[in-house]
Design a protein around this ligand. Structure first.
Ligand code: FAD
Ligand code: SF4
Length: 615
């Protein structure tokens, strides 16, 4: 469903926190950047507007300030449209109008009652940085996950230092206040809520210190993957990070960071050298202390977090100036998985992944409609079902090309992406379909002599691609798509700004499973089971990706279910499907060594990958 009213738009916010990073170079939401509470970012404002319209919160002093401070700059419209095709600016306008009209009618503005505990929190962090205002609380109360519901906290506190975190925890212990730690909340599975308790939002702790001698970035828990990657790229270095809006400490803690680069850089404990924590008692420790808790160990059970990570020293990796990306199209999963495994075993490629059609088409398309049509065209006209992504240096590229298989290289991918609106036209696709009989259409597409033909037929250009978006955004998107990084496979993997587009049509519920890559039949069985269960519950679903780990012995698999977060029927079907898929996964784990659901790595992301991959 395409939302039409501000309320419908507000309720569709995916909570992927992309409006908390400046991923398009529009500048960050100005009040969000200044005030740090999620309530001042577009995401929080969407929640506040929905709650206001549904009489869940009163108009408060803070709410008036939140509405007032929006400058209607429109950055959120450009950002959110890129990811979800939503237009939040209309919500921001509606919020302002609602509050202005409310005040005009001289209706009361709710005042907060005296609360000595809030006063104590404010004594630690300063008055501005602790709040119990309902307008603040509501933006820390839910996410689109199928099991979350609304879980209103009593306080939100934004510390600035490890010392403040320690004092806050000691205060919580003294007053028996439950607490939850929040990064950017984009885990969207109900992990960052604290009903009637405290939410610690770490957004203010954004320090980054680069140590080039030791190949490290020492960062605070408020640093996002995007901002870290941006800083270290100034030194021609790379961090192995994942979702751009995910805070790096949170991502490490939650499940360890896995990305297409995990093929080479690893995951979990491979990604850091040292870390600082505040434990459950409010005491500070670092992992290099001999008496520190052993976070490298792994237990196959759901464990509580060992504390709050307040600093991590992230490993950095050099980049060479000949890095390049390519996609190797395949017509079936086994062929693609075997190729990825073979490349990993032969140590060809820095980043490797088997991508499914849903991802490929969604990532490269500016709109849902084009994504649908290109997915159909890839499958039915070009015979393409999967693609192996490979990023490597010129030796890797030569090795792949020497296999004599069709390859979509950087130049062809840019051409396809910027020529998408014409590529999906039928007469052009027929040309490929009716090409040389013994070749698959995608093989024809990849032939070097096709390049000039494609250029002439597709007329690729930023204008052509931007022409597919809503008219008032076309000017901005023309300039955006003219930037070389917008079609650069290496840049897009480093910064991953297109990956949250996977939730563009509907909110995504991802299953992540470690799998044995020497037994591709087991992986296939998992895919079939995920598919069967989703279909039984009438849930949109698709294969996501697979990345080899540890020289192709293991891999990480993602299979995705999708739901409309505002449709109660779909939520209930999703709940049942998730339970059924969970039971299936438990059975598969019993039956096959090397199958491990990431649920069991939750809160153990600092552990050694060997402990959960091979135990
Ligand atoms: C569309 C999408 C795609 C994704 N793809 C990937 C992927 O490819 N690879 C991958 O690794 N992840 C992926 N994720 C998962 C996501 O990156 C992680 O869940 C990440 O932790 C989210 O970061 P956050 O800052 O929003 O964390 P939050 O959601 O705020 O927190 C996650 C968990 O960490 C805890 N936490 C937060 N900060 C700290 C801290 N400083 N100390 C201790 N505990 C803390 C929270 O209490 C919570 O339990 C994806 C998520 C989405 C929505
Ligand atoms: S329009 Fe308002 S909410 Fe959107 S980015 Fe600008 S200031 Fe932030």
């Amino acid at each position: 469903m395409t939302p039409e009213t501000p309320l419908q738009t507000a309720k569709q916010c995916r909570h992927y926190a992309m409006c908390k990073i400046d991923f398009l170079g529009t500048g960050l939401c100005p009040p969000g950047q200044k005030k740090h509470y999620v309530s001042y970012f577009p995401q929080g404002r969407m929640d506040i507007y929905a709650a206001l319209r549904e009489d869940k919160i009163p108009v408060t002093g803070r709410l008036v300030d939140i509405a007032d401070t929006c400058t209607l700059c429109g950055s959120c419209d450009k950002q959110c449209y890129f990811v979800t095709e939503l237009r939040p600016l209309q919500v921001m306008e509606a919020l302002k109008e609602y509050v202005a009209s409310y005040l005009q009618q001289n209706k009361p503005v709710a005042q907060s009652e005296d609360d000595p505990i809030l006063g104590e929190f404010q004594g630690i962090v300063g008055k501005e940085w602790a709040s119990s205002d309902p307008a603040v609380l509501i933006s820390y109360a839910h996410d689109p996950g199928p099991f979350t519901g609304t879980q209103l906290p009593k306080y939100v506190v934004l510390p600035e230092s490890t010392e403040e975190v320690s004092r806050i925890l000691k205060l919580c212990i003294r007053h028996t206040i439950p607490y939850a730690v929040r990064g950017n909340g984009s885990s969207v599975m109900g992990f960052v809520f604290s009903p009637d308790g405290l939410v610690l939002d770490l957004h203010r702790m954004q320090e980054i210190h680069i140590d080039t001698d030791n190949w490290l970035a020492s960062i605070g828990p408020g640093v996002s993957a995007f901002d870290l990657q941006k800083r270290v790229s100034e030194y021609n270095l790379r961090a192995n990070v994942a979702e751009p809006a995910a805070l790096v400490c949170a991502n490490l803690m939650c499940s360890g960071i896995f990305s297409t680069y995990s093929n080479t850089y690893g995951t979990a404990a491979d990604n850091y050298v040292n870390a600082e924590f505040v434990d459950q008692e409010g005491e500070v420790f670092t992992l290099n202390q001999r008496q520190a808790p052993n976070l490298f160990a792994f237990q196959p059970e759901e464990l509580p977090a060992p504390g709050i990570c307040t600093r991590v020293d992230v490993r950095l990796h050099p980049k060479t100036d000949d890095e390049q990306g390519m996609l190797i199209p395949c017509s079936d999963f086994v062929e693609a998985a075997e190729l990825a495994r073979d490349l990993a075993q032969r140590r060809i490629g820095l980043a490797l992944a088997v991508l499914g059609l849903e991802y490929i088409s969604t990532f490269i398309s500016p709109t849902k409609e084009i994504a649908h049509r290109i997915k159909h065209a890839f499958r039915h006209d070009l015979g393409l079902e999967y693609a192996v992504l490979m990023i490597g240096d010129r030796f890797d590229a030569q090795a792949v090309k020497s296999l004599g298989i069709p390859v979509i290289d950087q130049k062809l991918l840019s051409l396809i992406t910027l020529g998408l609106p014409r590529l999906i036209e039928q007469e052009w696709l027929e040309l490929l379909r009716e090409g040389e009989g013994r070749l698959r259409p995608y093989e024809i597409l990849c032939r070097p002599e096709m390049m000039p033909v494609l250029e002439a037929a597709l007329k690729p250009s930023p204008e052509a691609l931007a022409g597919a978006v809503e008219p008032d955004l076309q000017g901005f998107y023309r300039e955006l798509y003219a930037r070389p990084e917008m079609t650069d496979i290496v840049w897009l993997n480093d910064f991953r700004i297109v990956s949250s587009r996977m939730g563009r049509e509907k909110h995504i519920v991802a299953f992540i499973v470690y799998v044995p890559l020497d037994k591709i039949a087991v992986v296939e069985q998992l895919n079939q089971e995920f598919y069967r269960i989703a279909e039984e519950h009438a849930i949109k679903n698709d294969y996501g990706f697979l990345t080899p780990l540890d020289l192709g012995k293991r891999a990480v698999l993602e299979y995705d279910y999708y739901m409309d977060q505002t449709d109660q029927g779909e939520i209930e079907r999703m709940q049942k499907a998730v339970v059924a898929a969970g039971q299936m996964l438990e059975g598969m784990m019993q039956e096959h060594a090397g199958v491990r659901w990431i649920k069991y790595v939750f809160n153990q992301g600092f552990s050694r990958k060997e402990s959960f991959l091979y135990s």
